[in-house]
Design a protein. Structure first.
Length: 97
């Protein structure tokens, strides 16, 4: 579980990151989850866009993505979901205590 200070730090890092995945009308599926897990292992911090045609609540999509991918939900702002997961092999981000 991330502290408020750690979430603020990750939000500041995520500001300059571009979204690399989109959730559309197909919703959240196993294929998308697998790719998100792989991207989190390499990058640790990613953004996902929830498209308008998704028809799902963005907060619920963020919670579902973080739960299924084993990641921390940093933020849902507008149509953007920010996820963080510490990498096992390629740790780059040093979280404040």
């Amino acid at each position: 579980m991330l502290s408020g200070k750690q979430k603020r730090y990750l939000r500041s890092l995520a500001h300059h990151v571009d979204p690399i995945f989109q959730v559309g009308k197909g919703g959240v599926n196993d294929h998308l989850i697998r790719h998100i897990q792989e991207a989190l292992e390499v990058r640790e911090l990613i953004k996902v866009t929830v498209l308008n045609n998704s028809g799902e609540d963005r907060q619920e999509v963020g919670a579902e993505l973080s739960e299924k991918a084993g990641a921390e939900l940093v933020q849902v702002i507008g149509k953007i979901v920010v996820l963080y997961k510490e990498s096992k092999d390629k740790k780059k981000i040093e979280l404040p205590v």
